[in-house]
Design a binder for this molecule. Structure first.
Ligand SMILES: O=C(O)CCC(=O)C(=O)O
Length: 421
């Protein structure tokens, strides 16, 4: 069975169940709190689900899903996010028992992406168990690429872009002003003194060679094997400021297929953007290392995000409140930076949700509305594979991928009592 609403078929194989120690310990407290928030029907269905009733498990998941979509995301009560995780664990257990590993993984990922924090450990360990069991069950041929594909044509990035072609697609004046400084062997002290304290961007050229990701992630077969059946959120459309932009949940394999397809078509790119992929897929997390620079200021790492897509993805001009190291693992990107002091000249949107984004579309500047934008000085660069760009807090940045590209951003804050800021 593959439909999520039909009952899992009894399997002749007998699969171990996965353990859910937190759910077992917290279940009655959680159900009590859900009923206090009016979720009596959920509680009834969840109790039947725990006893093995698949239809009840799916019904409970539907109910929690409706609660997650009953208003703006920030106003969803945490208890309903935990209820959603609970329902996902129940549904996934029943799929797993029936040997339906892909369905089990899909539901566990939904729990990881949309659920609360309470049952996160159970979801993570269930994913490990289901993935390991699924792998031992999969025929070796399925782990390879399509028949006839050679190693090289399964490389994520193999194309080179002509300089003239590149300049044609980049925003006006690109690569004609000041470039971001590139430094090799930059000491932590040098980073602190020359860039962090002065709030200046810098490219650090030689500190990612030891990351397993540098070799592994250019191999589509590897990515498919590690993450192919996992569900991930992606963005579809020119960029998040455009009306036709939307978000979807698809499997990583489907995403890789879209990347390959987008080379030969002009459809809107699909971008896995600003997603905490490494909290979700532990095996990919092992392929990267947090740069020591991210501990400058004694603060905390706030988030680690993946940015993965075909050539032509654009993140429009915006700024973030954190220190950021954007590490280019595979492929290359064009990046333009304007200092924080240019905020007024870059015309941020007035709506709170978009107030960190500029109304200026650098790919198509409306010179009538923004006549002075082209006179503003900026820094820009091509961020090459194996390089990291430090973007200080509040610096405006525009990013365009020039090839298929996989980058990781590390955002961090300085500690409250720190004397550096
Ligand atoms: O790589 C991108 O497309 C955007 C990266 C970005 O905006 C960030 O790291 O804050």
């Amino acid at each position: 069975m593959s439909s999520s609403t039909s009952t899992p078929s009894a399997s002749s194989d007998c699969f171990d169940q996965f353990d859910t120690p937190t759910l077992d310990a917290q279940s009655s407290t959680l159900l009590h709190s859900i009923s206090q928030h009016g979720g009596y029907a959920f509680v009834r269905m969840a109790s039947l689900a725990a006893a093995g009733d698949f239809r009840a498990a799916e019904a409970a998941r539907e109910m929690a899903w409706e609660q997650l979509h009953s208003g703006p995301w920030h106003s969803v009560l945490p208890v309903w996010r935990d209820a959603y995780s609970m329902a996902c664990l129940h549904v996934a257990k029943l799929h797993f028992a029936a040997g339906e590993f892909k369905d089990a993984l899909r539901i566990l990922d939904m729990g990881l992406i949309m659920g609360g924090t309470l049952l996160r450990k159970d979801l993570d360990s269930a994913v490990d168990k289901v993935s390991a069991t699924a792998r031992s069950d999969v025929r070796v041929s399925e782990l390879r690429g399509p028949v006839g594909s050679s190693i090289s044509d399964r490389q994520l990035v193999h194309e080179e872009l002509e300089q003239a072609e590149m300049l044609r697609i980049l925003p006006q004046k690109s690569l004609s002003c000041k470039m971001v400084v590139k430094r090799s062997s930059l000491s932590l002290e040098g980073f602190l003194r020359e860039y962090f304290l002065t709030g200046s961007p810098v490219i650090i050229t030689d500190c990612m060679a030891h990351w397993p990701a540098r070799t592994k992630w250019n191999d589509m077969n590897y990515l498919k094997r590690i993450a192919g059946d996992r569900t991930v959120p992606v963005e579809v459309g020119k960029n998040y400021l455009c009306s036709k932009w939307k978000q979807e949940l698809i499997t990583f394999s489907q995403f890789l297929e879209r990347i390959e397809a987008s080379d030969s078509s002009s459809v809107s790119p699909t971008y896995l953007a600003q997603h905490p992929l490494f909290d979700q897929i532990n095996e990919l997390r092992k392929d990267i290392c947090v740069p020591d620079y991210c501990f400058t200021g004694g603060g905390e790492l706030r988030s680690l995000n993946a940015w993965f897509g075909p050539a032509g993805t654009v993140t429009p001009l915006h700024h973030d409140p954190h220190h950021n190291i954007l590490a280019q693992v595979v492929g290359k990107k064009y990046i333009r930076l304007y200092p924080a002091s240019f905020s007024e000249e870059l015309h941020p949107y007035s709506e709170t949700m978009l107030s960190n984004s500029s109304q200026v579309d650098l790919d198509n500047i409306d010179k009538g509305e923004f006549p002075r934008v082209l006179d503003l000085e900026f820094l820009d660069c091509i961020l090459e594979e194996g390089e990291m760009l430090y973007i200080p807090p509040k610096w405006w940045h525009y990013v365009r991928s020039l090839t298929r590209s996989l980058s990781v951003s590390f955002w961090w804050n300085v500690s409250e009592g720190s004397t550096v800021s």
